[in-house]
Design a binder for this molecule. Structure first.
Ligand SMILES: [Zn+2]
Length: 126
C-alpha cells in the first residue's frame, strides 16, 4: 500500500504501533497489500475500534488473493468482523478497489504460485 494511505491508517487508528520492534509486530513494514483494499481496511478498523477488544494489530497482508489481518489479542466478536472483511476482499480488486471476483484459485501452483485478486481492467494495464 502506498505511503499516503498507510500514513492515513496509522494516524487515524491507535492499534497499529508501526514503531514496534519486528519481534512484536510487522506493522513497521506497512500494509502488505494493494491500495485497492484501503477502504476495506479502513471500514474494518472503524468496526474494530467500536468493538474495542483489539489493542495491537501485528500484521496486515495479502495471502492467496485475500486479506489477512492478524491481531495480538482479539475477542470472538472482533475475529468475526475480521473474517467478514477477509471474505469481502475476495470481491475487491486489490489494485483499484473495484469489484473483482477472485477466480485464479484453480491456477494456484501452476504458473508462479501467486494468486492475487486483480480485476480485468487492471490486468490489461499490466
Ligand atoms: Zn482493478
Amino acid at each position: 500500500m502506498n505511503k499516503e494511505k498507510t500514513a492515513k491508517l496509522f494516524e487515524r487508528f491507535p492499534f497499529f504501533h508501526p514503531e514496534s520492534p519486528i519481534t512484536e509486530s510487522l506493522m513497521g513494514f506497512g500494509f502488505e497489500c494493494g491500495d485497492g483494499w484501503f477502504q476495506l481496511i479502513w471500514d474494518l478498523c472503524l468496526d474494530l475500534e467500536k468493538e474495542g477488544s483489539v489493542q495491537k494489530v501485528v500484521q496486515v497482508k495479502e495471502k492467496f488473493g485475500t486479506l489477512r489481518f492478524y491481531c495480538q489479542t482479539s475477542s470472538f466478536e472482533a475475529e468475526e468482523l475480521i473474517e467478514i472483511a477477509e471474505d469481502l476482499s475476495t470481491n475487491i480488486c486489490e489494485r483499484c478497489g473495484e469489484n473483482s471476483v477472485l477466480s485464479q484459485l484453480e491456477n494456484f501452483g501452476k504458473i508462479s504460485g501467486w494468486i492475487s485478486n486483480i480485476c480485468d481492467k487492471c490486468k490489461e494495464k499490466k
